[in-house]
Design a protein around this ligand. Structure first.
Ligand code: NAD
Length: 357
C-alpha cells in the first residue's frame, strides 16, 4: 500500500522541519509494511515569490488528490508589507477552507523528560499532562456577520457568534470519538450562562452523550476552564469548544507544556483527508541555521499516521521514538536544560529515526 502525501514546506524553518518529518514518516511506514510517496508543493511566501500568489491552484489540486497534507509554516518579514490577500498567511487560511477542514486537534503533552520546561510547578503537573483540545475551526464569531454602523451619533462595530446545529453536531462527533479512544472523558467548554449559541451547543452535547455511554461528558464555562488549565490541568482528558474559545484555550494549553517547538496539530474534515502542521510559525530568526526543533513537525506526522492513514501502531512508534530520543538526553536549543546535550535539527531528526522500532 502506498499513500500520497502533499508536503507544503512553506517559509523560514518550514523546509528543514518538514524534511525531518518526511524522513521519519517514510521510515515508520516502511517498518509497518507500507510506503509514503511525498510530493513538495509551494505555499506562502515561497509560492508568492515563484507564482505571485500564496496558494497556487496546482497546490490545492495536489492536496485534494492526496491522502494527507503535511505543512511546515508560512510567513516572514519579506512578505509583511504585501496587501492582505497576497500575504503568506492567506495561503494557509485558503487551504484549510478549500479542504473543508472544520476540526482542529491540538494535543498538549508534557513529556516526563521535559517537565522542567513547563512553567507550572511540579506538584501541579502531578502524574503528567495529556490533554487533547478539539476546536471548531470554520464557524462561530470569526465567520459570523460583522460590520459597523452609526448609533446615537457614534461608530459601533459588531461581530456575531453564530452556530448551526449541524456545525455543532459534527465537531462534537469528532470530540466524542476521540475521547472514546483516549481517557473516556470529554469536557465541553462554553459560556451557556450568557450566550444562546452556547445553550444550543450544550443541548446538542447532552443529546449526543446518549450515543456515547462510554464517554463521561461534563460542561465547563470558558472562564473557569482558563483558570482550571493552570490550577489542575490533569483533570482534563479531551476538551471540545467553539472557534474563539478554542483559539485561546489551545494556546494556553500549549504553553503549559513549555515549548512551542514540540507541539503538533491536525485539522480534519468530513473524510479522512487532513492537514498536519506544528503549532509554531516560520521562526525566521533561526531559519536555515540548523537550530529548529523538528519534533512538532515529526509529531504532526504521527497524527497523520493515526488520523488520515489509519496506522495507529506506526503513530505510536513515532511517538515512542521521540520519547526515547528525549529520554536519551538530546535537546534542541529551545528545550535545552542543564545536563542535556544540545543538538541541531538534523541530529535530533537522525536520532529519532534511529530510535524508531
Ligand atoms: P514563531 O512561532 O515563528 O516564533 C516564535 C519564537 O519561537 C521564535 O523565537 C522562534 O525562533 C521560536 N520557535 C518557533 N518554532 C520553533 C522551533 N521549531 N524550534 C525552535 N524554536 C522555535 O512565531 P512569530 O515569530 O510570531 O512568527 C514568525 C512568522 O511565522 C510570522 O510571519 C508569522 O505570521 C508566521 N506564523 C505562521 C504560522 C503558521 O504557518 N501556521 C503560525 C504562526 C506564525
Amino acid at each position: 500500500m502506498t499513500y500520497d502525501v502533499a508536503v507544503l514546506p512553506g517559509d523560514g524553518i518550514g523546509p528543514e522541519i518538514t524534511r525531518a518529518a518526511v524522513a521519519v514518516l517514510q521510515r515508520a511506514a516502511e517498518l509497518s509494511g507500507f510506503s509514503v510517496r511525498a510530493a513538495d508543493c509551494p505555499i506562502g511566501g515561497a509560492a508568492i515569490d515563484q507564482f505571485g500568489c500564496p496558494l497556487p491552484d496546482d497546490t490545492v489540486s495536489a492536496c485534494k488528490d492526496s491522502a494527507a497534507v503535511l505543512l511546515g509554516a508560512v510567513g516572514g518579514p519579506r512578505w509583511d508589507n504585501l496587501p492582505g490577500d497576497l500575504r503568506p498567511e492567506k495561503g494557509l487560511l485558503s487551504i484549510r477552507g478549500a479542504l473543508g477542514l472544520y476540526a482542529n486537534l491540538r494535543p498538549a503533552t508534557v513529556y516526563p523528560a521535559l517537565r522542567s520546561a513547563s512553567p507550572l510547578r511540579d506538584e501541579i503537573l502531578g502524574d503528567g499532562i495529556d490533554i487533547m483540545v478539539v476546536r471548531e475551526l470554520t464557524g462561530g464569531i470569526y465567520f459570523g456577520r460583522r460590520g459597523r454602523c452609526e448609533k446615537d451619533g457614534e461608530m459601533v462595530a459588531f461581530d456575531t457568534e453564530e452556530y448551526s446545529a449541524h456545525e455543532i453536531r459534527r465537531i462534537l462527533k469528532v470530540a466524542f470519538e476521540l475521547a472514546r479512544g483516549r481517557g473516556g472523558r470529554l469536557c465541553s467548554v462554553d459560556k451557556a450562562n450568557v450566550l444562546e449559541s452556547s445553550r444550543l451547543w450544550r443541548e446538542i452535547a447532552n443529546e449526543m452523550a446518549r450515543e456515547y455511554p462510554d464517554v463521561r461528558l461534563t460542561h465547563m464555562y470558558v472562564d473557569n476552564c482558563a483558570m482550571q488549565l493552570v490550577r489542575k490541568p490533569n483533570q482534563f482528558d479531551t476538551i471540545v469548544t467553539g472557534n474563539m474559545f478554542g483559539d485561546i484555550l489551545s494556546d494556553e494549553a500549549s504553553q503549559i507544556t513549555g515549548s512551542i517547538g514540540m507541539l503538533p496539530s491536525a485539522s480534519l474534515g468530513e473524510g479522512s483527508l487532513g492537514l498536519y502542521e506544528p503549532i509554531h510559525g516560520s521562526a525566521p530568526d533561526i531559519a536555515g541555521k540548523d537550530l529548529a526543533n523538528p519534533i512538532g513537525s515529526i509529531l504532526s506526522a504521527a497524527l497523520m499516521l493515526r488520523h488520515s492513514l489509519g496506522h495507529p501502531d506506526a503513530a505510536n512508534a513515532v511517538e515512542s521514538a521521540v520519547r526515547r530520543a528525549l529520554d536519551g538526553g538530546l535537546r534542541t536549543a529551545d528545550i535545552a536544560s542543564a545536563g542535556g546535550e544540545v543538538v541541531g535539527t538534523a541530529r535530533m531528526a537522525k536520532s529519532i529515526l534511529s530510535a524508531l522500532q
